[in-house]
Design a protein around this ligand. Structure first.
Ligand SMILES: *Cc1c(COP(=O)(O)O)cnc(C)c1O
Length: 374
């Protein structure tokens, strides 16, 4: 396993080779174009490096939530098509248009703002988002006709280029997803009768890209899967042929031998059942280690699996390592690739009552990201 560089207290290594391999694998599996989703700083992995790695793996387009994220990608040197789909009320798209960012459009007003941002020689690329049941953003079915007609008109006069039609699934059940897909196809027909025949249609994120082949539509938006994590409760990364890209680790910063009955951390929620060794790990909830996983989160030290003892504090937590030899400077791995002996991000999610998405995305800015390629 990789060693922490000397003097580094805590870090997340990001295996960009794993990201490329995951994209390549899912692109082959789905036989579809891949929009690589790097919102929220690439789910905590770093947006630019994740985008670069995904493009290397064959992705052809990058997806983010908002225009600010899209502009950061351009500043970071990403020249591939980028789409942003969540906008502030009344947002002007001038900056986005001049950086050639494609916009997900959910309202008539956004459509007009996008067209207003076009320059003489360059229409603004848009993907019209159809509401099909998730109840988030998207054009409502009763508004399809009027919005599509205006989009077609703006396309004819060179203000807009309608690149795609898209929607997003609930994953509530296979039946619910199929019903959304049916409504989406209805919307595509309405768009066609308005004169729109965009090259892309996309509705599947990782979950449906893997599990619902009829939702692939030749283009899928992959987030969690490209980082090597499973969106399914009953299948691991390895089951899906994916490699987790992030490993979170820290150097044990103190070791103490204590007698039985010794209280540990705030509130003494944990008391040592017998004489034992306690190891201090310098990662806390400020670093995104969920406090809800107090007393439960798994940690691997020297190949042995332990649990957090007592409460996770802002900067640190304690592990009861029993009589195992652990020394200051030894590496404590919170999560990474289970096939290499690390706990899974999903184990931390289970311990904290959340999902693996939240575990990696919330890793804080104090944790240095170090790019590696295994
Ligand atoms: C976040 C997001 C995705 C990616 O979802 P994953 O489950 O991480 O693959 C795709 N599409 C939209 C609209 C999103 O907001």
């Amino acid at each position: 396993m990789t060693r922490l560089p000397a003097g580094v207290m805590r870090e997340a290594t990001i295996d960009v080779g794993a990201i490329s391999a995951n994209v390549r694998h899912l692109r082959r599996l789905t036989e579809s174009e891949v929009i690589a989703v790097v919102k929220a700083d690439g789910y905590g992995h770093g947006a630019v490096r994740s985008a670069v790695a995904a493009l290397e793996g064959g992705a052809t387009r990058i997806g983010v939530a908002d225009v600010t994220e899209a502009l950061a990608l351009r500043r970071g040197g990403i020249s591939a098509p980028v789409i942003a789909w969540l906008h502030a009320p009344g947002a002007s798209f001038a900056e986005a248009a001049s950086a050639n960012i494609e916009l997900g459009i959910s309202t008539f007003d956004q459509l007009l703002s996008a067209a207003a941002a076009a320059s003489v020689d360059r229409p603004v690329g848009v993907h019209l988002k159809l509401e099909t049941g998730l109840a988030r953003n998207g054009i409502a079915p009763e508004d399809y006709r009027v919005v599509f007609a205006e989009a077609a008109r703006l396309e004819r006069i060179g203000k807009l280029r309608v690149v795609g039609l898209f929607s997003h699934l609930s994953n509530a059940s296979i039946e619910d997803d199929r019903e959304q897909l049916r409504l989406f196809h209805d919307g595509v027909s309405v768009a066609a009768s308005a004169g729109l025949a965009p090259p892309l249609r996309h509705i599947a994120a990782t979950y449906a890209a893997i599990d619902l082949p009829e939702a692939r539509l030749g283009c899928v938006r992959l987030g969690i899967g490209m980082y090597g994590l499973s969106p399914f409760a009953d299948r691991s990364s390895a089951d899906l042929g994916l490699r987790p890209a992030m490993t979170l680790r820290a150097a044990v910063s103190a070791v103490r031998r204590v007698p039985a009955g010794h209280g540990v951390s705030y509130g003494y929620d944990y008391r040592t059942p017998r004489e034992t060794t306690l190891a201090l790990v310098p990662l806390g909830y400020a670093d995104g280690v969920p406090r809800q996983a107090s007393g439960a989160g798994p940690v691997a030290i020297n190949g042995q699996r332990f649990r957090v003892a007592g409460r996770i504090a802002m900067d640190q937590f304690v592990v009861d390592v029993g009589d195992h030899p652990v020394a200051v400077g030894d590496e404590a791995v919170l999560f990474g690739d289970p096939t290499l002996g690390a706990p899974a991000a999903t184990d931390w999610a289970d311990a904290a009552g959340t999902i693996n998405y939240e575990i990696v995305t919330r890793i804080g800015p104090r944790v240095v990201r170090r790019q590696v390629s295994a």
